[in-house]
Write a protein that binds this ligand. Sequence first.
Ligand SMILES: O=C(O)CCC(=O)C(=O)O
Length: 275
Amino acid sequence: MKSPSLFLGQADAANYRAKGFLFPIPVLMQDEQLHYRKMAKNFYHALAPEERRGYAGQSHLSFTWAYNLCTHPNVLDAVELILGPDILVHSTTVFLKPPGNSFVSWHQDATYWGLSAPRLVSAWIALSDSTTDNGCLRVIPGSHLQLREHTEIHNQNNMLTTGSTLKDTMDESLAVDVTLRAGEMSFHHANLVHGSNTNNSSGNRVGFAVRYVSPEVQHERPHHEVVLARGLDQFGYYTHLAAPPRCSFEDGLVRHRQKRQWLSEQRMDGVGESN
Ligand SMILES: O=C(O)CCC(=O)C(=O)O
């Protein structure tokens, strides 16, 4: 698998800046994609049904596989084109959408976090094919250039636990379906309006979303540890994860549950789930 640095260039970066998204970017070889899909599914199924929405975020702080995926060199080579050489992993979410009623409301990510600058890019890594039929990510081109008002609409079927939703209705005829094959990823800007429809297929749609932020960006809401994925952090606005999680899946699950409990006590839950 070629590094994206060999086929992405300044024209792609300019396209991202103009439209607010970029895809498809192939990043995983087939054996890697199969491995990460298996691990993401194991993770999802190890959670109790009532935990699956609220505990889908920040697996990279507790599981070796999730840490390895968000620091994958091919993914980071592409992120570097957008953010430059200094890269922090801000947050992650396993977005496993089974057939049925789950959806993601139209929203912009940055409104929830309170970033000092929108130098944050979300990578959505497809671990299964992501299609119009199974509820792929949908984006509104150019919508990152204007911040819109949001409200919180709580709905058990919304994969966003925060219920973050645009106040205005979106003109869906403008939406682009971000269809991806397993092993490809897309980028979306922190202010891009995006969401997704229900999964009308017979299989799971599996995605791993990673938000990467530049160390110079301050964060208004309290935030859990970040991972210094590449380069330097000369600003010190965030606490860094002390060491990569290196443990069995079972120990990772114990650690993940403890972590989620702690995040919710510190009112840091929802940070990664808001988008
Ligand atoms: O997986 C989805 O359908 C939505 C993902 C999303 O909102 C995000 O990655 O920011």
